[in-house]
Write a protein that binds this ligand. Structure first.
Ligand code: TMP
Length: 253
């Protein structure tokens, strides 16, 4: 049978035409990139883990009433999603200073912020996804003011949910990136969470040891990325079928 039509190929995922209008099939590759693809590798099993973890997080969002693109997982590497018009922003939420924020402000990584911060980068690889102020977003027409307010509200609700889930398994949610898409239900645009939520797009630190369990392991050559992601999946009880499952998520005392 002929393969479905490819719609788009990104660094970590491929989108194919879905079985029905308004749907797409999202395929998770094993490719890992960092620093705007200057650093690249293929990490066995990463795609499978991210497919299952993104399913877990997006289904969790659905359960708490945060609309998102996830419909159902199709197999180990693919999930059916709603087609969206992507808002060209990386929406970043930070609870603890790390990465580019720590670097920009000369802060020690690990400094707790007095409240969660939402910031935006303009999604354009040729420009290196530059950080942009909110005024740019409305002036450039990437989103209007009510949409921007809604995006901030969604991002903070996702943060609350993700912080709680991760803390329950002994992991601190340091920061994360989400993408937002528009869907047109009954002609009215609605904003929903799109793309993926996985250790590729979050910083996750073990509460007790501070061990990094996210893509910084790859960015900074800290060890096995598969081991780190498998540990996250193991704690959340989300594992590929052929791995050894644990019966319960590990709770912090
Ligand atoms: P940053 O500290 O490098 O700006 O990253 C903030 C968060 O966004 C971190 O959790 C990693 C995530 N992120 C992505 O998902 N994609 C990217 O391209 C970058 C630069 C960061």
């Amino acid at each position: 049978m002929a393969r479905r039509n490819k719609i788009y190929e990104g660094k970590a995922k491929v989108l194919y035409e879905g079985p029905e209008p308004g749907t797409l099939v999202q395929y998770f590759k094993d490719d890992a990139t960092a620093f705007n693809a200057e650093k690249k590798d293929v990490i066995d099993g990463k795609g499978v883990l991210n497919n299952m973890l993104s399913e877990f997080f997006m289904s969790g969002l659905t359960n708490v009433g945060i609309p998102n693109h996830f419909i159902k997982r199709l197999n180990m590497r693919e999930q059916l999603i709603r087609a969206v018009e992507i808002v060209p922003l990386e929406v970043i939420v930070r609870n603890i200073a790390a990465g580019s924020m720590a670097k920009r402000l000369g802060m020690k990584e690990g400094t707790k912020l007095s409240r969660p911060i939402v910031e935006f980068s303009y999604k354009d690889d040729s420009l290196g996804d530059p950080l942009v102020p909110e005024e740019y977003i409305t002036a450039m027409g990437w989103a209007n003011q009510p949409e921007l307010d809604e995006i901030v509200s969604i991002a903070l609700r996702v943060n609350d949910f993700m912080c709680g889930v991760m803390y329950g398994v002994g992991i601190q949610l340091v920061d994360f990136k989400i993408e937002i898409g528009r869907v047109y239900d009954a002609e009215l645009p609605q904003l929903i969470v799109a793309d993926e939520i996985s250790p590729d797009s979050c910083r996750l630190w073990d509460v007790k040891s501070g061990e990094k369990l996210d893509k910084d392991v790859f960015r900074r050559d800290l060890g096995s990325l598969t081991d780190a992601y498998t540990e996250v999946a193991r704690r959340l009880n989300v594992l590929p079928a052929n791995s050894t499952p644990v019966t319960k998520p590990t709770l912090v005392n």
